[in-house]
Design a protein. Structure first.
Length: 426
């Protein structure tokens, strides 16, 4: 190659080289590059949107005219302060349900939880153990000065149950007729003992009315506080409230009130059925339990009203053959004269008015009367009741007082419920 032979494709520094040195070397064939799969880029959380600025309130500025006639918008001072110290709004993510935080300590959460215990389910009070009333438990309690309390025993629990039965509510008034065809068996004593037990246990008013036309002695069994009788009550035109009736009654320490009968035989004999009904219509407005001390004769005029208006009957007999026959004859007479409903609700009282052993088998006598009546209650002999004077329950011996409480509970079991129907407890 000469100097004139200039090849523009060859660089100047290779122009003088021989041709064989400057031969172009063929490039080797290259295999195509296989592209590897590229994993998708990791997801990037979208930025939370910034809270949009609220447009300025149209009343946050006011217009002012300068001295040169220009109009300027000047913000209110209180608005500037409010805007300066306004708390930033919290961003709320879409799809997120907000719930209040759980309560701390005793603070309420604001939402009721049915599974949480309510205040009514918690035993907040540490109730004191009731003191015993009888037996060795009472002796231990007294000897320790109350420091040791063994609690109540079975006898105390039975006593509590009897008291609860006696204290059953009475809807309206309940009228009890105490009856016996044989004198000297303790009919009036049973009336006062039963009425005093009701009055001492219950909080309502209890009264006994003497309907014996043969110089009844009911008023002599309680402290005499007035000379009024049932006739005086009927002749009083100013009976409008309880205190008006109370002026005609005497009251025992047990709170039992007594309405006396007339002591004049002529006036007492004239006490009729109409008089008895009128007296009961007054008493039932102010008393819940009304006891009637009946006479020994069933054919007396007042007895028709007594039996017609009686809610229940207490038939008193003695633990003797003659007393049992008289009581059985009374039940026969009641059934044959249309008072079968009273026989079914009769409580027979076997009253021991004399000391010593009974002349008959009391168990067999009880079984005999239970076949015809609702219940039978045995009242043991008591010196205080046998005196025939004023009766004070605090002076009655323990066994007799327990029997009177059982009698009152048995009678109270027949109190009508609110629906007016009777349930029988045998």
């Amino acid at each position: 190659m000469t100097d004139n032979d200039f090849d523009p494709s060859v660089p100047p520094w290779l122009q003088n080289r021989t041709d064989d040195r400057h031969r172009s070397v063929p490039e080797p064939e290259l295999e195509p590059i296989r592209e590897r799969p590229v994993p998708p880029p990791p997801a990037v959380a979208e930025p939370r949107p910034e809270p949009a600025e609220e447009p300025p309130h149209p009343e946050q500025s006011r217009a002012e005219i300068t001295s040169d006639g220009k109009v300027l918008r000047v913000p209110f001072q209180e608005d500037v302060v409010a805007t300066k110290y306004q708390a930033p709004a919290e961003p709320v993510e879409a799809g997120y349900d907000w719930a209040p935080p759980p309560p701390r300590g005793g603070e309420p959460s604001g939402r009721p939880d049915d599974r949480a215990p309510s205040i009514n389910d918690l035993s907040l009070l540490r109730r004191a153990k009731p003191a015993p009333r009888s037996g060795w438990r009472l002796a231990v309690h007294k000897a320790s000065g109350g420091a040791i309390n063994p609690g109540v025993g079975p006898a105390d629990l039975e006593h509590r149950d009897l008291v609860a039965r006696v204290d059953q509510p009475v809807y309206g008034d309940y009228r009890i007729a105490v009856l016996s065809l044989k004198g000297g068996v303790g009919k009036t004593t049973t009336t006062v003992g039963l009425g005093s037990t009701f009055a001492s246990v219950r909080g309502d008013r209890v009264i006994a009315i003497d309907a014996n036309p043969d110089l009844g002695t009911l008023a002599h069994r309680v402290p005499r506080q007035t000379r009024s009788t049932v006739r005086t009550l009927l002749d009083d035109p100013n009976i409008r409230r309880y205190s008006d009736v109370r002026a005609h009654t005497s009251q025992a320490p047990s709170r039992l009130e007594v309405l006396a009968s007339e002591q004049d035989p002529a006036v007492s004999e004239a006490f009729s059925e109409a008089d008895y009904r009128a007296a009961i219509s007054i008493l039932q407005q102010y008393y819940n339990i009304i006891l009637t001390d009946c006479g020994t004769g069933l054919m007396h005029s007042a007895m028709s009203g007594v039996l017609d208006m009686a809610s229940a009957l207490v038939l008193v007999t003695s633990p003797a053959i003659d007393g049992a026959r008289s009581a059985s004859a009374t039940l026969d007479w009641l059934e044959h004269h249309g008072y079968g409903r009273l026989v079914e609700r009769t409580v027979v009282v076997v009253n021991s008015s004399r000391s010593g052993a009974a002349a008959v088998d009391v168990g067999q006598l009880t079984k005999l009367f239970l076949e015809r009546t609702r219940a039978v209650q045995v009242i043991p002999f008591d010196d205080h009741l046998a005196e025939g004077a004023e009766i004070d329950l605090e002076l009655v011996n323990k066994a007799t007082r327990r029997a009177l409480l059982e009698l009152a509970a048995t009678v109270a079991d027949d109190f009508p419920p609110p629906n007016g129907r009777h349930t029988y407890h045998r």
